[in-house]
Design a binder for this molecule. Structure first.
Ligand code: 2P0
Length: 371
């Protein structure tokens, strides 16, 4: 019996300009653009296998070996339906002789076989996804998870489309997932269209543009966070006046400033904007009614350490050499250049000796994309 299967991986990304707020909760359209760095595939990634078979009776999903419900009309169901629609539109509805764009040599055979199956989009799929990092580490897995899901279905369906097109679909699984379709430095452009067709990820620069960039992940706590991002950000949209100021007067300038800093490999400017945006994201969380607190005392102590490190560095005329950033939890991510990694690891271990969850993600990035 015919059986079709594909596997793809996608890495975690960590935002420098934060996404926080939706203007459309169903399509997942953000209130502001954001920009992130995609971490190394070897360290933090989701790997997803999708299989289509005419004998399958329904779509099914396993996360880390445990079967999960695919809720009708939910985010997972939407992503699967959108990928099936794309398969139909891009491959099955086209002329049978029309050549498909095949980017990699080794998938040529599979692709020819897949493109010759005119009914693949009508088969149900079984999907299994694994993370190579403990969920307990408190690192968001929805971004890498939905990006890997969409990438594996794109391979299964031999879709001749760009990562930006796939990001439109990953976005509907989890907003931040759209940025994990690319490696390196990635912007999620908020777009203006009500249908969301211009709310997608674009690569600002590949990893190879700035290979010395590293990320250090300090696992401060592996507790599950109190307020989920999805509900927290909508409370902020409904109640925070500071968020409106941020959307109109802060983020556009920061997107331009950090893109320029990345293009010119100006770490001092990159660090200044990254830390300012982390601070403002936590300020809008605090400005929410009732207030949301994501950082704890250890998070704040790490900020103080990096501020002091940068003060000394600037005094020496070296500019800022480290940038902290915090998402919807207490764990710190410190961006720095390779030459400073050892010194910063030693500093953090000296001041936080009891912390054994300090994880260095060497060799940052790795091109995600669709293989
Ligand atoms: C970010 N975060 O830009 C920001 C910074 C958390 C803080 O993206 O509702 O899990 O699934 O679209 O993508 C977390 O939001 O929320 C997030 P949904 P998501 O990385």
């Amino acid at each position: 019996m015919a059986q079709f299967q594909a596997t793809a991986s996608a890495p975690v990304n960590i935002a420098c300009i934060k996404y926080w707020g939706k203007r459309d909760t169903k399509l997942i359209l953000p209130t502001n653009s954001s920009l992130s760095v995609t971490l190394d595939q070897d360290h933090l990634r989701s790997t997803t296998t999708s299989r289509a078979d005419p004998s399958f009776e329904k779509d099914r999903l396993w996360l880390n070996g445990k079967e999960e419900d695919i809720k009708d009309g939910g985010r997972m169901a939407t992503c699967i339906a959108e990928m099936k629609r794309l398969r139909k539109q891009e491959v099955e509805d086209k002329q049978p002789n029309e050549p498909q764009v095949v980017s990699l040599f080794f998938v040529t055979y599979l692709t020819l076989k897949l493109t010759s199956c005119p009914k693949l989009s009508s088969y149900h799929v079984h999907i299994a996804s694994y993370n190579n990092f403990p969920t307990a580490a408190g690192l968001a897995s929805s971004a890498s998870g939905f990006a890997a899901l969409v990438s594996s279905l794109a391979q299964l369906y031999a879709l001749p489309v760009s990562p930006s097109t796939l990001s439109l679909i990953a976005r509907q699984g989890s907003g931040s997932a759209c940025r994990s379709l690319y490696g390196g430095f990635v912007a999620w452009e908020q777009g203006t269209r009500p249908d969301g067709q211009d709310s997608l990820a674009v690569q600002i620069a590949p990893q190879s543009h700035w290979p010395d960039m590293h990320a250090l992940i300090c696992v401060v706590s592996d507790d599950k966070k109190g307020t989920s991002s999805t509900s927290g950000m909508q409370r902020t949209v409904e109640t925070s006046a500071l968020l409106q100021h941020r959307i109109a007067h802060v983020v556009p300038q920061r997107m331009a400033a950090i893109s320029a800093a990345i293009k010119s490999r100006d770490f001092d400017a990159f660090a200044k904007v990254t830390m300012a945006d982390s601070n403002q994201f936590h300020a809008v969380a605090l400005d929410t009614e009732p207030p949301i607190f994501y950082m704890n005392d250890v998070s704040r102590a790490i900020i103080a350490l990096i501020v002091e490190y940068n003060r000394v560095s600037m005094e020496k005329g070296l500019g800022r050499r480290a940038a902290y950033t915090y998402d919807a939890g207490p764990n710190a991510v410190i961006y720095t250049l390779k030459e400073n990694v050892k010194e910063i690891v030693e500093l953090v271990v000296k001041y936080f000796p009891q912390r054994d969850g300090f994880k260095d993600v060497f060799g940052l990035f790795g091109e995600a994309g669709v293989q």
